[in-house]
Design a protein around this ligand. Structure first.
Ligand code: FAD
Length: 407
C-alpha cells in the first residue's frame, strides 16, 4: 500500500491513535491528519481534573511527543477544518478551498459541548468545557476561590468541575434535571454515593431543577433562574452533554443516527470511509446494537480498530465500554454495557458508606457491568468476568475473600 494516501479528519485521541495504529501495522503510505484545533492531538479527561486543579504543563495532555509526527511521517494539517466530503470522488474539501484526495478516510471529528440557547446564554462568565483553552479560562476564574459558582448539569463533567472548584474554596451549587446525580448512568443508589460525596464537601445540590434563563448585568452573568428560584452567580459552568460532529458525514449522505453509523469494523456505508471515537455510533457485536460512547477508552479502542480495519487487517471493535472519574478523594472505574443495566440486580462487594467497594450489575446471573470505587487493580478481572458471560453466584461476588478472578 506504499503509494496510498490515507486521510484522517479530526485532531483528537481517536485520530492520533488511528495514525499510530496505521504505522504500527506497517502502513508505509502517506497519512494526513486534518485537525481544526491548532494543537497537536491531546486527551481531554485531565481538562476537568488535574489540568483544572494544578498548573500542569501543557505537555501532560498530548497524545504523542512533538517529534513523533515527523518521525512517523504524519502530515499534520492543524488549524484546518474539513468542510466538505465528496465520497464518490474520494475528496475532502478544506476551509481554505484546498481539495485533498484520499484512498481511505477516517472521520474522527469528535463532539462539542451542547450549548444552552435560553435567555442570557451568551453572557460572559458562562463557561463550557471541551478544549485546552476552555480549561485554562475556567481555571483562571476559579483558582483564587471565593466565587459563587453555579454548575448546570449533574453529570460527570459537571461534578468533576464542582470538585475542582470546591478545592479552590469556591461556593458551588449544582443544578440538574435528575433527582439523584448520575442516576441515569448508575441508578439511584449509586448516584446517591456521589451526591453524598459532594454534600460532605460543602456543595449545595438543587435536584431536580430545570433551568429557565440567566440574569445578566452589563453583559455578564449574575444569576441562574430555575423553575423555583434565582441563584446568584459570579460564574456559571454548563455541562449538559455533547453533540457529535456529523456535518461532514451528513453532507455526504452517510447514514447518521446519533453519530455516524458504522459496522463492527468501523466502516460507514460509503466506500473507503470509516469513523471512530465520540462521533461514531458503531455496531457492537456482543450487545448486537449500535453504541455511541463518549469516553477516552472508546477513542483509543475505536481508533485502533479503525486503523486496522482501514488496512483490511480484520479488526472487530468489540471492547467492553470503559470509563473513569476522579472527584476529591474518590477514584472510580466502570466497565460494562450500560444498555443492559436497567433491568439488572446490583450486587456489592465492600461498603458503600466508606466509598470503597465494587458494584456488579447482574442480569440473569451474568455480570454485565462492574464499577470499582477506591478499589484498585480489579478492573481487568471485572472485564474478564463480563466477557466470560458465565452465570455467577451473587454470594461469591459479595464475598471479599474470593478474588474477583476466581468467583
Ligand atoms: P475529540 O477529542 O472531540 O477530538 C475531535 C477533534 O476533531 C477536535 O479537535 C475537533 O476540533 C476536530 N474536528 C471536528 N470537526 C472537524 C472538521 N470538520 N475538520 C477538522 N477537524 C475537526 N472520558 C473518560 O473516559 N473519562 C473521563 O474522565 C473523561 N473526562 C472528560 C473530561 C472532559 C472535560 C471532556 C471534554 C471529555 C472527557 N472524556 C472523558 C471524554 C473523552 O475525552 C472523549 O471521549 C474523547 O476526547 C473523544 O476523542 P475523539 O478523538 O473521538 O474526539
Amino acid at each position: 500500500m506504499s503509494g496510498q494516501e490515507f486521510v484522517i479528519v479530526g485532531g483528537g485521541l481517536a485520530a492520533a491513535t488511528a495514525a499510530e495504529t496505521l504505522r504500527n501495522e506497517g502502513f508505509d503510505g502517506a497519512i494526513r491528519l486534518i485537525g481544526a484545533e491548532s494543537h497537536h492531538p491531546y486527551i481531554r479527561p485531565p481538562l476537568s481534573k488535574e489540568y483544572l486543579k494544578v498548573d500542569a504543563g501543557r505537555d501532560s495532555v498530548f497524545v504523542q511527543e512533538d517529534g513523533w509526527y515527523d518521525e512517523n511521517r504524519i502530515d499534520l494539517m492543524l488549524g484546518r477544518r474539513a468542510d466538505g466530503l465528496d465520497a464518490g470522488a474520494h475528496i475532502v474539501e478544506l476551509d481554505n478551498g484546498e481539495r485533498v484526495h484520499y484512498d481511505r478516510l477516517l472521520l474522527a471529528t469528535g463532539a462539542s459541548s451542547r450549548r444552552l440557547s435560553i435567555e442570557g446564554a451568551e453572557a460572559s462568565g458562562i463557561h463550557y468545557l471541551r478544549t485546552i483553552e476552555d480549561s485554562q479560562a475556567l481555571r483562571e476564574q476559579i483558582e483564587h476561590g471565593g466565587k459563587r459558582i453555579v454548575v448546570v448539569g449533574s453529570g460527570w463533567i459537571g461534578l468533576e468541575v464542582t470538585a475542582a472548584a470546591r478545592g479552590y474554596g469556591n461556593d458551588v451549587t449544582v443544578i440538574g434535571r435528575e433527582k439523584v446525580p448520575l442516576s441515569a448512568a448508575l441508578g439511584d443508589e449509586l448516584g446517591a454515593v456521589f451526591g453524598e460525596l459532594h454534600r460532605q464537601h460543602g456543595v449545595t445540590l438543587k435536584l431536580p431543577a430545570g433551568i429557565r434563563s440567566f440574569t445578566t448585568a452589563d453583559g455578564r452573568v449574575t444569576g441562574v433562574v430555575t423553575d423555583s428560584e434565582t441563584l446568584l452567580a459570579d460564574l456559571v459552568v454548563v455541562g449538559v452533554g455533547a453533540v457529535p460532529h456529523v456535518e461532514l458525514a451528513q453532507g455526504a449522505s452517510l447514514a447518521v443516527d446519533n453519530g455516524i453509523l458504522t459496522d463492527e469494523r468501523m466502516r460507514t456505508g460509503a466506500p473507503d470511509v470509516y469513523a471512530a471515537g465520540d462521533v461514531a455510533n458503531a455496531f457492537h457485536p456482543v450487545v448486537e446494537r449500535h453504541l455511541r460512547n463518549e469516553h477516552w477508552a472508546n477513542a483509543i479502542n475505536g481508533g485502533t480498530a479503525a486503523g486496522k480495519s482501514m488496512l483490511g487487517h480484520g479488526a472487530v471493535f468489540d471492547d467492553i465500554p470503559y470509563f473513569y472519574t476522579d472527584q476529591y478523594d474518590l477514584g472510580m472505574e466502570y466497565s460494562g454495557y450500560p444498555t443492559l443495566t436497567s433491568d439488572a440486580e446490583v450486587v456489592y462487594r465492600g461498603d458503600l458508606e466508606s466509598r470503597e467497594f465494587v458494584a456488579f450489575w447482574q442480569l440473569d446471573g451474568r455480570v454485565v457491568a462492574g464499577m470499582n470505587v477506591n478499589v484498585w487493580d480489579v478492573n481487568e478481572d471485572v472485564q474478564a468476568l463480563i466477557r466470560s458471560e458465565r452465570r455467577v453466584d451473587p454470594d461469591r461476588l459479595r464475598d471479599g475473600s474470593i478474588p474477583i478472578g476466581e468467583v
